[in-house]
Design a protein around this ligand. Structure first.
Ligand code: ATP
Length: 382
């Protein structure tokens, strides 16, 4: 079904993936194991059309070539990504987050039945459907992220290190949930550093080392392979050479600045705030645990003017930009309507900002999608 053939990816001069070939069939879990920097995330990003590097080779989904296709079109082909860090919107409810996942046209018509399917798989999400996502546990948030990806009605679900940062019990629950997703007929491509747990639920696996797929086998054989045990499972030393350097597990370094989603969340927050409310002087006691971008960016045409539901998206993005940059020294009194100007760095900036111009259109588009989905969810719940 999903066939990756001789896939290479380079970032400038750096070759992160070279001639990688893998396949994922319906109803199987395929795990990619590899040390830090081996190229695992690059492989998943290339499959989802969001790799920042130069990609060559072939990725087909039921025979349709995906290389060069836009991310939203790839979702239409039935491939959905659960990104590392989950990428859920902390200020939205569980159901609003789920509904956001149904933007693909292959999913829109079946939104209600997809929601029922997700709730049937994860009954806890139905119980918590009105809960604000950021107040949920890490494991529950991961469930929301998986549920949202499933709302696009995928045939293949790809997940980038879903167990990262989860306590052992929650990890166990997560892997059980993935088995249930697989048993519903969906193919799963899983990148994991938790080799033991992932091999325990997987059907097959690949070892990725220094940008190359060096081995493929059934999960059972991989789990019992002494070299794999030594390299990935902390097993006893064997006479065989290790297939990869031992993995030093997370924690990863925290991102140096707010992600686009954090900025989007800040913008969402400002929707809820009265216009006269001043900018907060200090960070909220409990930060919004959103981290990564949407699984795949929504359709690439952002609203050009007028905003959505009376909300001026441009103003929101500019406002969020200023709030995040810490450049609102004084309360503004209202959302800014002037065009964005490059913020002057202060001597002690509160947050380091990424280049927002690169994300502006995508943010606007995300906000528009979010607002529309939230409206739909609210109307349904009336
Ligand atoms: P980890 O388990 O640590 O996440 P990984 O196996 O997922 O590692 P990748 O994130 O795919 O590895 O990175 C593969 C290589 O490509 C690394 O050397 C990394 O530094 C480099 N790389 C990844 N993304 C970029 C980028 N956007 N620009 C430049 N180099 C990159």
């Amino acid at each position: 079904m999903l066939e990756v053939s001789k896939l290479s990816a380079t970032y400038g001069q750096h070759r992160a993936l070279e001639d990688a070939s893998i396949r994922v069939n319906k109803g199987e879990i395929v795990v990619i194991l590899g040390a830090n920097g081996a190229g695992k995330s690059t492989l998943l990003k290339a499959v989802s059309g969001i790799c920042e590097g130069q990609v060559s080779g072939s990725i087909t989904m039921n025979g349709t070539e995906l290389v060069g296709m836009k991310p939203d079109r790839i979702v239409e082909q039935g491939v959905a990504l659960v990104p590392e860090g989950r990428g859920i919107f902390g200020d939205l409810s569980v159901e609003e987050n789920l509904t956001l996942g149904a933007y693909a046209s292959r999913a829109k018509d079946a939104e209600r039945s997809s929601l029922d399917k997700v709730y049937a798989l994860f009954p806890k999400l139905r119980e918590r459907r009105r809960q604000t996502a950021r107040t949920m546990s890490g494991g529950e948030q991961q469930m929301v992220a998986i549920g949202r990806a499933m709302m696009s009605n995928p045939s293949i679900l790809t997940l980038d290190e879903p167990s990262l940062g989860l306590a052992p019990l929650l990890c166990k629950e997560l892997f059980q949930n993935l088995k249930r997703v697989r048993d519903s007929g969906i193919g799963i491509l899983l990148v994991e550093q938790n080799a033991r747990a992932s091999l325990a639920i997987a059907d097959r696996g690949y070892l990725l080392e220094n940008a190359h797929i060096i081995h493929e086998d059934t999960a059972e054989k991989l789990a019992n392979d002494s070299a794999v045990q030594k390299a990935y499972l902390g097993g006893a030393a064997s006479k065989q050479a290790p297939v990869a350097a031992p993995i030093s597990p997370p924690p990863r370094p925290a991102p140096s600045g707010p992600s686009p989603s954090e900025i989007a969340a800040a913008a969402m927050k400002s929707i809820a705030q009265p216009k006269t409310e001043p900018a907060p002087k200090a960070p909220a006691p409990k930060p919004t645990p959103v981290a990564a971008p949407m699984p795949t960016p929504p359709p690439s045409t952002p609203p050009t003017s007028g905003g959505v539901n009376g909300i001026d998206i441009n103003a929101l993005v500019n406002h969020a930009r200023e709030v995040s940059a810490g450049s609102l020294a004084k309360p503004t009194g209202s959302l800014p309507s002037r065009p964005a100007t490059p913020s002057t760095p202060t001597s002690q900036p509160r947050l380091k900002m990424p280049d927002l111009n690169a994300h502006g259109d995508r943010l606007k588009s995300m906000l528009a999608e979010m607002e529309e989905a939230a409206q739909r969810a609210r109307q349904r719940n009336k």
